[in-house]
Design a protein around this ligand. Structure first.
Ligand code: AMP
Length: 219
């Protein structure tokens, strides 16, 4: 099974994705986490990627694709969180899966109004433990103990690219490069949208349950 989480930054792809991976026994494959790990380790790839990430830009397709290509062709049962983010990446993913006799199961698009995205990212904190990476929100989904991860007890940290100025840039980049994937996957018959606003599901549980029923209807 290959599930793609689509959505602007801060819409909850990682958080809802984590619940989906637990229920369906998938591996969460987050290109953002992979890049952050490379940056932390000071690798050549990390140094190059950081030039783009710190400015809220996308890492170029050739760098991103070469980082994920071999894992994608080997792994099964993945939840893709943050990949693909461009049509070029989506085409490449389709080709890799086709070559291995596989295909995308469903694409879940989390749709949140822009004003809420800025608020959500400005108050987001993530677990510093790379094997956990749980995400909290100091306003909407606070941890039980301030600054400490509920799941593993590690320190919570703020992401460098969650500053409001960088979020605005990331949103611009999302609308230019990633939003076209909505029509792309609609045409492939794979898109399922979840609206997250005051009139529809707002809690993590509501959104998670909606995602579960979408997946159940597709498998
Ligand atoms: P995320 O944790 O998914 O929000 O990703 C953090 C940052 O990593 C993004 O703002 C991009 O700069 C970069 N990034 C993550 N995934 C991709 C991707 N598929 N293509 C290009 N850049 C990416």
């Amino acid at each position: 099974m290959y599930i793609i989480m689509l959505g602007a930054p801060g819409t909850g792809k990682g958080t809802i994705g984590k619940e989906i991976t637990k229920k369906y026994n998938l591996t969460q494959f987050s290109t953002g986490d992979l890049f952050r790990e490379e940056i932390k380790n000071g690798t050549e790839l990390g140094i190059e990627a950081d030039k783009y990430i710190s400015e809220g830009k996308l890492v170029p397709d050739d760098i991103t694709i070469s980082m994920v290509e071999s894992s994608l062709s080997k792994a099964d049962n993945l939840l893709l969180d943050g990949f693909p983010r461009t049509i070029v990446q989506a085409e490449r993913l389709k080709k890799i899966l086709n070559e291995n006799g596989k295909k995308v199961t469903v694409v879940i698009d989390l749709s949140v109004p822009d004003e809420d995205i800025i608020k959500r990212t400005a108050s987001r904190v993530i677990c510093s433990n790379r094997n956990c990476r749980a995400s909290f929100n100091t306003i909407f989904m606070p941890p039980k103990q301030e600054g400490i991860c509920d799941i593993c007890g590690s320190k919570l940290i703020v992401r460098d690219d969650d500053k409001p100025e960088t979020t605005k840039k990331r949103l611009e980049v999302y609308y230019k490069n990633t939003e076209p994937l909505i029509d792309y996957y609609k045409n492939e018959g794979l898109l399922e949208k979840i609206d997250i606003n005051i009139y529809s599901p707002t809690t993590k549980e509501d959104t998670t349950n909606k995602a579960f029923s979408i997946i159940d209807s597709r498998i």
